[in-house]
Design a protein around this ligand. Structure first.
Ligand SMILES: [Zn+2]
Length: 370
């Protein structure tokens, strides 16, 4: 599942490619991936442009150049907009008649969403070069989200492609989603506010590159201002006293569930919760009430540390294949416990164990973690 470092990486990459590019055509292969009426969604985005991309937790907020009134009509399957640990984006206004203009496109990758941007300087026909890099000269690829392999960009659209934006300059953006939990939703300012309000404070990250635009967007004003993904703003409210207060209110849940809850802390998912717990030396299965003050402090410091490290390595999206920046390898190589069950602990040599906590596969070292 794409978590904060993965979503932030694709945000930064797309910012460089999509801003102010005219959207010439929108194709919706799977109406379920659109949280608006399909025809209205297409109409609102065609001939429009994206003027900024911001992020809150794992939610991307794309500002639109031309706000458009669109009928508010939820898609049939409303339940699938939510997934464990993630705030619902549904909003009372969504059911009523509304004349507000849609000012933004909310994009959430959920469990298996991918965003892949491709632009070729020659007619698009790809073949894998077999050397770990499908990227050829004259071809620009920006991709992120759910774990990607070379095959994912060899032939597009593929059977998981749900939505495609074709830009006037020839660039194409593919929204792929295996399990259909991800979505795109045109949203009014009040819907944007409502969606943002549901996220807890965000751990402060030291961003590896300038975030660029985003300074004066009205979209994340007010409630959202503190959460703008700029290094000086993000995480303003993620303090030790806030973090410790979570442990007093939720004594009987387990640590994993607490850290996964986006309404309490925005951005952590399955991978990084396991890694944070390892660094802090605490088993993720522990009852929250049993975590000592000293352990709370270790967890508090481990969260931004791990997320920042992962972001520096562009997350875990890519493995064994060159990404758009020409880098091979990623944070996967640095994981201490996640997906390493049965392998020796990199620190003490004991075998990493896997169990289930908060309904998710959970990895830990039986010796390094108490
Ligand atoms: Zn160990």
């Amino acid at each position: 599942m794409p978590e904060l470092p993965e979503v932030e990486t694709i945000r930064q990459d797309l910012l460089k490619k999509l801003i102010n590019k005219k959207i010439a055509r929108v194709v919706v292969y799977k109406p379920m991936s659109v949280a608006n009426q399909k025809a209205a969604f297409i109409k609102a985005l065609q001939d429009n442009a994206i003027t900024n991309i911001e992020r809150r937790g794992k939610l991307l907020v794309w500002s639109l150049k031309f706000p458009t009134v669109i009928p508010s009509e939820p898609r049939g399957d409303e339940g699938s907009l939510s997934v464990v640990g993630e705030p619902e984006i549904s909003h009372p206004l969504r059911r009523g008649i509304r004349n507000d203009k849609s000012v933004a496109l909310l994009v959430h990758l959920k469990m298996t969403g991918q965003l892949i941007y491709i632009k070729m300087s020659f007619p698009r026909k790809r073949e894998s070069s077999g050397d770990g890099s499908p990227i050829k000269s004259g071809m620009t690829v920006v991709a992120g989200g759910h774990k990607l392999s070379e095959k994912d960009i060899d032939t597009l659209p593929n059977k998981w492609t749900r939505i495609v934006f074709v830009f006037a300059d020839g660039g194409e953006l593919f929204f792929n989603d295996l399990r259909l939990f991800g979505y795109m939703k045109l949203a009014t300012q009040s819907e944007v506010d409502a969606a943002l309000k549901k996220y807890g404070p965000e751990p402060p990250l030291t961003l590896p590159s300038p975030v660029g635009r985003g300074g004066d967007s009205p979209l994340l004003a007010g409630e959202g201002r503190r959460v703008r993904s700029r290094s000086q703003d993000a995480g303003k409210d993620f303090t030790l006293s806030y973090f410790s207060s979570l442990f007093k209110k939720r004594k009987n849940t387990n640590l994993k569930a607490l850290l996964l809850n986006q309404e309490l802390i925005a951005g952590l998912g399955n991978i990084y919760v396991d890694e944070v717990c390892f660094v802090a030396g605490v088993k993720p299965t522990r009852r929250v009430g049993s975590i000592t003050k000293a352990e709370q402090q270790k967890l508090f410091h481990a969260i931004p540390k791990i997320l920042t490290e992962a972001l520096k390595h562009r997350g875990t999206t890519f493995r064994n294949f060159l990404d758009s920046s020409g880098k091979k390898g990623n944070y996967t190589d640095f994981l201490m416990v996640y997906d390493r069950d049965g392998q020796p602990c990199k620190r003490c040599g004991k075998i990493i164990l896997k169990t289930k906590a908060a309904g998710r596969g959970t990895h830990f070292c039986p010796k390094c973690q108490k």
